[in-house]
Each structure stands twice: as C-alpha cells, then as structure tokens.
Design a protein. Structure first.
Length: 237
C-alpha cells in the first residue's frame, strides 16, 4: 500500500435509539453504517492493533476503522452487541465510572438513556470483542478541571473501572473531546496507552497515541456522509 494510504479512521457513537438528541443514532442507521463500511472494503480494528501498527509490530489492514462507544449507554446491549458479535467486529466502550456505578446522574442534556452496569460491562468484555476504556469519573471537561480533579478523572476512573469490571483499562477518551498537554502527561503516567480526542480527520502512521483523532457520529450521518469521510482518507487512484 502506498505510504500516504496507511491511515485509519475512528468513528465515535453515543446513544443508539430514537431519542431526540444530536448524538443519538437510530439502531436502523447504525446497522446501515456497518453494512456500508463493510461493503466499502473497510476493516474494523481494535485500539490495541492500532498501537501495535504504530510500534511496527503489526500491519495495518486496508481502510482500517475503529469504533468507539462513548458513555457506555445501555442501548449497546440491544442494538450494537448482537450485530458486532455476529460479525466479529471489535470496538471500545468508554465508561463514565460514576454513571455506571449509579452514584451520579448526568446533566439533563446527557440523560437520554441509562448506562451499562458493571455486570453488563463484564459480560461484554468477556466476549473478547469489547475493550473497556475510561471516559472520566464524572464526564467533566478534563481541560477545564483543576489539577487534582484531572488526576481523579483520569487515574481514578481507570482504577475504579478495572476493579469493578476485572479488566485492564488501556484507553481513555476525553469528555467533550477537550484535552491538554497536562492531560496527556497524566494519561501516560496513569498507565493508559492512548487518549482519544475529536479532530474530525484521519490518523496516519506517526499519530500521537495521546491525541488520537476521531469523528463524532451525529444523527445526520447517512451513507453519503460516510462515503465522503472515506474518500477524504482514501481518495480514489
């Protein structure tokens, strides 16, 4: 493959329902997205595979795409898990630890669904297809948080999720896609292997593992919009 084609895309979903919210994708459209990406020749990859490729330990497949699910919303069980499991597609679920623990309720704008419980997250993780990542403790902006709160949101959430789910948390997604140099340093110090933010573009071989770019999928996305994103990353010869 030509060097400039060695790229990958990350698509981040939130809710999968018919709720009236910008970041909610209908289950029907989600299924259409997966079908379109497969028909377009995309290969679904895990976050760990992307890091292995960066380190020269693995080859990147053609048109590599990673899937994220922010917030660990419980509609993943009904509308994502069966489809992705049947197709063998990996993904990463980013958990807000206080929401899944049930000790904190989200603000009204984020309260359009319930959240996966620790038991449900354990069951998904045990399939081997769903990596469990951290999305902060309270879903606050990491960039705006004070120094001590930053550490609680990053290292504290990682530790809580690991204890509750029984897994190793290697990946962090910044709430609201807001991060900073201090956040990146803390993520690495906490033992996290990556930090994902939003930049709405592709990633190339020399990507910063603590600044992984991703697209936030909204309810307006259809196959035509996906096609545009693919053509930007991998233009036709």
């Amino acid at each position: 493959m030509v060097e400039h084609r060695k790229r990958f895309l990350v698509f981040a979903y939130h809710g999968l329902s018919h709720a009236d919210d910008k970041y909610v994708t209908t289950p029907e459209m989600f299924r259409r997205h997966i079908a379109f990406l497969l028909d377009a020749g995309c290969s679904f990859v895990s976050m760990d595979m992307l890091l292995q490729w960066r380190a020269g330990q693995a080859e990147l497949p053609k048109k590599a795409v990673a899937l994220h699910f922010d917030d660990a919303r419980d509609d993943i069980i009904a509308h994502a898990a069966p489809l992705l499991t049947s197709l063998g597609i990996p993904s990463t679920i980013f958990v807000v630890s206080a929401w899944s623990a049930g000790r904190l309720k989200p603000q009204d704008k984020d309260a359009y669904s319930d959240f996966l419980t620790w038991r449900q997250l354990r069951e998904l993780h045990e399939t081997g297809l769903f990596a469990i990542g951290a999305h902060g403790e309270t879903h606050c902006s990491l960039k705006r948080a004070g120094f001590r709160q930053k550490w609680r949101e990053i290292a504290g959430s990682k530790s809580e999720i690991e204890d509750a789910v029984g897994c190793t948390v290697r990946h962090l997604a910044a709430p609201y896609n807001r991060s900073s140099l201090v956040c990146r340093i803390m993520a690495r110090a906490a033992g996290l292997a990556s930090l994902s933010v939003g930049r709405s573009t592709h990633n190339s071989r020399g990507f910063n593992p603590y600044g992984i770019k991703r697209f936030m999928v909204t309810r307006e996305w259809d196959e035509a919009f996906l096609k545009q994103r693919l053509e930007i990353a991998w233009p036709s010869e």
